[in-house]
Design a protein around this ligand. Sequence first.
Ligand SMILES: Cc1ncc(COP(=O)(O)O)c(C=O)c1O
Length: 451
Amino acid sequence: MDTDHTNSTNNKRTSEEIYKQACELIPGGVSRNTIFHQPYPHYISHANGCYATDINGIQRLDFGNNMAALIHGHAHPDIVNAVIEQIRKGTAYTMATEAEVLYAQMLCDRTPSFEKIRFVNSGTEAVMAMIKTARAYTGKPKIAKAEGAYHGTYDFAEVSQTANPTNWGNVNQPNSVPVANGTPSSVLNDVLIFPYNDIERTLAILDNNANEIACVIIDPIPHRVGLMEGNSQFIEAIYKWTRKNGSLLAFDEVVTYRANYGGAQKNYAVKPDLTALGKIIGGGFPVGAFAGRSDIMKVLDPREIKLLFPHSGTFSANPVTMTAGRIAMEMFDKEAILKLNTLTEKARGQINEAIKIADVPVSISGTASMFRLHLKTSTPMSYREAYQNGETKYLINEMLDYLFFNEKIMMINTLTCMFSTVMTQKEIDMISQALLNMFKRYREQLYTLQK
Ligand SMILES: Cc1ncc(COP(=O)(O)O)c(C=O)c1O
């Protein structure tokens, strides 16, 4: 082995030096674009609770929580201990584990719409399997999804996630816009795009394709659309439409399962037929799951004479993830959720106060344990209103850098914060003060952006 490249304990390389090597090996030096940063990403040393320390020994308050995946912050001792115990017994086997069954029981007990559940390895995989389950059950090819909504990177699920004013078309019938170059037109033809929370337009779009839709996918609080709540009339109207037209209501709760005990779906009078999960249910390890009605999930049952959807995955339901996830969700009980949501509500109040004091054209959206800032006076109601043009993105990046380097705070790159249960009033005061400082510093640029 080339000793220059080994990462020994004496490694004194800077992030810039490590990144230089990374670029020779990995496209852009990163395996996921979310952590890419100009001119180079900063490399982590270790993290504990809600603080992460980089290789220069600089500690930062972490509101990214690995893109909303760490509900108890980093290295929670109860999860670490349980995982170490499991790892000693092996990490993955060509046999079933009881850990999978125990965790399945817990999640199905928690959410009434989960009659059956299957585990996979990521949110992307969960959404993909959910869509394929819906197709297998209904025998229909198309799906419908909201413009701008992020559901992972499955070809069909990612359509129009990055739609922009040059290609999104008429809001009455938004274009199906590819994300990756070379996406087959057959994929685009099988994905219908609707404007989130817009009942009239959405129903008209669905009606135009009434007999062909396997499922309508809804994220009840879609981060990329603007982190606004799906209003109950909208969700109920889609539910009714799916009943009438032999289609399924499929929720993407990969992020929003944190919102309530049993998920954001507990906030509505209607239940989804299928749900995709991920992030927090892995307790810090790679995970996905999809769950729903027994009669639908039967398409996956290998005991059936005609198996409609054959489904497997080498690391699916591995006992490390199953153990970590179960411990994490055990600790994320009703009391913990209420406490976390109340703390985040307080943070949103303090940040609104900071916006007023600094007198800046900024608004805040979000609910439960999440918020997102928007560089405009009124909170956006749609993806098109929340859309960030080049100038806005540039200013957001400057602000994120200011927070990272000056205030020692990490946020998600849309100016979003995802809270964890290890946070307290101290951290809420830290972010409120940091944002107040940031608003004052960028006040002029924020107003220039409005012109
Ligand atoms: C709502 C939603 N669905 C699906 C996914 C995909 O999950 P993963 O990154 O685990 O593949 C994400 C990831 O951010 C997400 O936010």
